[in-house]
Every structure is written in C-alpha cells, then in structure tokens.
Ligand binder design. Sequence first.
Ligand code: C2O
Ligand code: CU
Ligand code: CU
Length: 512
Amino acid sequence: MNIKRREFLSNVTLGSASLLLPNIVFSQSANQPNELKLPELLTGNQQQGKRAYQLSVQSGISQFLPGLNTATLGINSAYLGPTMKLRKDDDVLLRVRNALEESTTLHWHGLHVPALSDGGPHQVIEPGAGWAPEFKVMQDAGTFWYHSHIVDRTGEQVYRGLAGMIIIEDENSNDLGLPAEYGVDDIPLIVQDRRFNNDGSLRYVQMHRDVMTGFYGDTVLVNGTHNPIFTPSSNKVRFRILNAANARTFNFAFDDNRQFDLVSSDGGLLNAPISSDRLLLAPAERADIVVDVSDGRPFRLLSLPVPANSPFAPRGMMRNMHPLNTENMDILAIQPQSNLRTSEALSPQLAAINSMEESAATQERRFVLSMVMGMGMGMRGGPGGRGNRGGGPGRGMRNQGNFFINNEAMDMAKINHRIKNGSTEIWRIENDSMMMHPFHVHHGQFQILDRNRVPASAIESGYKDTVKVGPGETVRFIMRFENFSDSENAYMYHCHILEHEDNGMMGQFTVE
Ligand code: C2O
Ligand code: CU
Ligand code: CU
C-alpha cells in the first residue's frame, strides 16, 4: 500500500477515530497476502545439566516486498530471531556468536537475571566473538523478548532485525485452557513498522523529527511478513502480541470490533481474563490475547490511530510533528479454515498475583523525563550535557535531540542509582514533555500503583516491565530488587522509544 493512499485513509478517519471503515477500505489492498511467517521454535538441548541454546547473530538478505531484496540482520536467520521457549526453574546457557562485522549485544527483555548476564550496553560482543551468559529461569509463564542493546545504535540494530520472542512456560500454564500449540493456536505476532527505499533497502533516515518522535514507518511487518494472512485451524487462537517497533504505539482492534480476552501482560498471566475490544501497546509492551474465531468469518487485526483525547496522545507541537502517527494500519488478515477444531474452555482464573503493599517500600525515587526541542541543541549542551559521549562517524543525528532523565543524559561511566539488594522501592516517573514515553526497567517486573494518583486499572494490574507515561503524567510503580548482588555491573532504565534511548533517555542502577 503506498503512502498516498495511507494519507488519504488518515484524512478520511481524522476526527472520527471511533468510526470503523476498514472492511470497505482495506480490502482494496493491491498486494497479495503472504502467509504469516513463524519464527523457528528453539527449545534448546541438554548440556552439562543445563538447557543450552545456540544463537548466531548474522546478516542476511530478506524478501519483504515483491521482487525486492532487503539487506537485514537476524539471529539464526536473515531477519529477526527464533522464538526461545524456556521453562521456569531451568538453568539455561545461551551461546551467542556474533557473526556480524560490527559489535552488538543481546538483552533478555523482562527476564530477572544477574546484571552480567543481562546483555545491556556493557556486555558487548565484538565481531567474531562469542558470549555465553547463564542464568536460572525464575519467572512464571509469560511472553518476553530479546534484542540488541548496543550503546547509541540500539534503534538501528533492532530496526534492521535484531529481535526475537521468548516464551516462558511453567507448571500451571498448560492447565488453564489457553491455546499452547506453537504455530497452530499459539501464535507470536512481532509487530513492527518500517520504511523502504525504492530498491527495497530499509530506510532509517534520521530527520530531526524522526529522532524527536522516534522513527515511524509506513509499512507493517509481522514476524517479518508484509501483508500477512493467518488461517486458524481451531476455534480459539492465542496471539502473543509484541510491539517491537522502534517508536510507534499500536492501538489494536479487530475490523468487526469483536471482543477478545486479554490474558497476559508484560510479566505474565493476569489473575483473570479481561474482555476488551481495544489494546494499546507502546514499544516493548506485550499482551497475550485469546480470540474466538468459531463464526468462521474472515476478519482483520488493525491498528487505529491513538485517539486525540487519549492521555497518551502527543500534545502541543509534538501533535503534528510526524505525519505517519495518525493513520490506520492493517496488521493481519485472519481467515479461519472451514473445519475448526474445538478448543478447551478458558479457565476463569489464571494467575494468583498478590498486590505488593506500598508499606513494604523503603524508598521512593523520582525520575523526571524531559526532552529539549529544536535542532542542534545538543551541540551547545542542554541540561547535563552529553556526558562522555562525543559525536563521531556513524553517530548520525545524535545531537539533534536531547533526552534526559532527571536532567541527565545517559553516561556509560556513571551509575545513577545504587539500590540495596532485598529492598522494595517505589519509583515515581514524571513526564515533563509533550509526548508519551514507555518507561522500562531491567532486573525484573513491577506493579503499577497509580497514574496521576488514580489506582491502576484492571488492564494494568498485572506484572509489567514497561509502562506508558503520557505527557504531563505521573506514574508510580512498586518493585522488588533481589537475588543478585553486584556493585560493579549495572542494569538500565530507559525510554523504550529507541531513538530516545539512543539519544540519552537512559540511566543505570546497581542492586548491591
Ligand atoms: Cu527492551 Cu533495555 O530494553
Ligand atoms: Cu529490558
Ligand atoms: Cu521517550
């Protein structure tokens, strides 16, 4: 679908976000649908009492658009990586090889692991080298992911393909009536937006606005499939949706407004399914939904514009900064087969999450997110300056936007917070900018306490590692820091809009 048509679509729906026209509009798509690709499932093999997984970070050539080749990066494949299935309580050994000609890292997003095994910007894997982190899987069942976290170039490497899904299973997770057959009724949806040049190459031009809003694409890929179609063979399907975009927030809905059951958030299963017809996911957020397709009718998963009255919509001059962030997007066509297998009934009770008591916290820390608008501000140094991170070849537009947490930009040499091992803390995130930032913390999962003093809604009641903080909002969450004591090696916290992260909106903490 070309850009002109998309602009037309967004004009049509402007000011009437609740009006759905997709059956008429989207069926005119000129492109043939492609069968949804499924990342290979990697279950590992037993090695010295551990479960070992081999991951090779490599470059490759992908075909996304008809007749065009695209140079990409991937893990064990040309684009994206295999879905790693881990089991709670397993000791795992990840053997990572970097077959690229550039350095990289792999971070296990959402997993509770020692800082040295975390794969953050300090655990660099040089070209040709290997890295073999080990850890015990300590988490309950859920949907997580892994991606490059290389300093200054995370946005570019993830954009080119360095990301994949992680599924954790535990004792209970297969007794709840949840669809669990990978690729059959348990389907990963790694949703990304990209821009292509005419020759098929990926475009990652960083105009000033691409850094300010984060990089938006006009073409959706799901598991690296352009214009994907999926044909369910059972009457219930679980979609594990991962927003792996650099910057775009997707507002998922079905074109016939059908309801679905939300069963899982970032950190695992919810206490009970929540019925909904909308799902707003910012970059790095995950949700598992269960959809009933027993009526046999074809339908589509879409992303609608974030409504202008949403607390997460951009404000002021950010509002019209990017023409690509107000459009409808077609995500996935779903065409059930004719003889659908009958799925089990979904258990009304899924997990048993205990709410953490505010009184358990020994400290409240404040994090203020801010950005400096305008071209070239960084050259003259905004608040806090750029630390020790100079410009240099390949650093692109890094001085065109300035992004801060507590008035400081990320400094690789600075530990911003030292947290006592075994403690519970409240983190208070204040957004002092005109746009939403998805705030992410390494080390573990948190529970959202309140948003502008209003207690977290049911949809946000599960474990989270990434939280949307709208312009002007204050969000408080509670988190336990435990198990791994290390005063040298740090974990990261940052905005998960990757261009913001790469341009300073990140900091470091130790648990010691
Ligand atoms: Cu998804 Cu610091 O990472
Ligand atoms: Cu992370
Ligand atoms: Cu941000």
